[in-house]
Write a protein that binds this ligand. Structure first.
Ligand code: SF4
Ligand code: SF4
Length: 101
């Protein structure tokens, strides 16, 4: 599977429960803004790989401010690993943005 296929498959597992949000240090230091939460990252990544009208630049700051600590993974009832997703998303973003330059 390539990074796009992995991102599509794993983001389907998120049920948007929010159990992960409070564990995220990135969310805390960014004023508890959903954009910087694990759930917010999953939502952005899901849109990025499924919606052809989504502007990738809008997801960059969120994805690159995940410090890959995996604290959210401990809380997630469906096993979504946002750290791993963020790493695949960076690969996806780099390829897409370089391709359009
Ligand atoms: S892995 Fe990323 S999204 Fe998850 S708690 Fe750590 S900084 Fe937040
Ligand atoms: S805990 Fe898991 S299923 Fe719930 S919102 Fe976070 S990533 Fe999605």
């Amino acid at each position: 599977m390539n990074s796009e296929e992995i991102l599509k498959q794993v983001t389907q597992k998120c049920i948007r429960c929010g159990f992960c949000v409070y564990s995220c240090p990135s969310w805390s230091v960014h004023g508890m803004n959903e954009y910087y939460s694990p759930r917010g990252r999953v939502t952005l990544i899901k849109a990025m790989v499924n919606d052809p009208n989504f502007k990738i630049e809008e997801a960059v700051d969120s994805i690159y401010t995940c410090n890959t600590c995996r604290r959210c993974y401990i809380e997630c009832p469906t096993g979504v690993d946002v750290a791993e997703l963020s790493i695949y998303a960076r690969d996806y973003i780099a390829k897409k943005l370089n391709a359009v330059k």
